[in-house]
Design a protein around this ligand. Sequence first.
Ligand SMILES: Nc1ncnc2c1ncn2[C@@H]1O[C@H](COP(=O)(O)OP(=O)(O)O)[C@@H](O)[C@H]1O
Ligand SMILES: [Mg+2]
Length: 275
Amino acid sequence: MNIETPIIIRHVWKYYGKFLANEDINMTVNKGELIALLGPNGAGKTTLVKQIYGELTPSKGEILVLGSKINNKVKKRIGVIPQECTPSGSLTVRDNIYFMAKIKGLDKEKAKKNTEEFLDKLNLRQYEKKMTRDLSGGLKRRVLLAMALVNDPKVVILDEPTTGLDPEARREVWELLAELKKEGKAMLLTTHYLDEAERLADRIYFLNRRIIMEGSPAEIKSKFTTYYEVIDYSSGKTYYVKEEEISQFLNGLKGKFEVRLPNLEEIYLKVMENA
Ligand SMILES: Nc1ncnc2c1ncn2[C@@H]1O[C@H](COP(=O)(O)OP(=O)(O)O)[C@@H](O)[C@H]1O
Ligand SMILES: [Mg+2]
């Protein structure tokens, strides 16, 4: 962890009055890393990300974004899609993107240039003159992504970027996020979809008021693989076998068999149950 780390969260507590929404959160997002903040509704995900992009201030603790506490200068260097945010319906696709570029402090020339670039990059060219209210949900989300990216941010924060999208539109967003990661951006997304976290994230933080667990999808899985599920196809029976006994057990099987690890969904439910 150093000054170059795009997002550093240190011992952050957030109260709404007496209600504790975030308890002692420690977290980092590195360059080129996509972090998923995973947790059920009411877990405090939005509360936490709002403190990162400066809509809320921590009750205790500290957050550094691009090396400093959030301020107007830093705000112009990050890209955000707040939860349940929609583009302005009474503006065209192009104007939504262009005005966001201006809000982010780009000069006229640069704002125009980047608007063009992101219309193409997000395949919005054919809709550029359409009023945004006439677009499908998936297209609106694409416009929001273009708006979040138009200032070429180093840090991208997305609060439930795929909630409410159909499977096809979700996959489209996934592809784009994977591309952004390749470009070296630091990305933080919140989600309650496990498949999404597992597929996209380098690391996952399970949040339920406090951080319950942190690690790569593989690490999290391995922490919970004390048991394997073994399906013996010759007898049709299923066995649960302890890790230290698995090789011996498999040696004793004669026909075809399958061994599986618990999937992330099973782990998630287990973690949340015990939290
Ligand atoms: N402005 C607020 N005032 C009081 N309580 C709030 C406020 N915003 C959120 N909460 C509460 O804080 C908890 C966490 O909310 P939120 O951060 O939105 O969770 P998530 O995004 O994980 O669904 C919830 O219990 C919610 O009701
Ligand atoms: Mg939320």
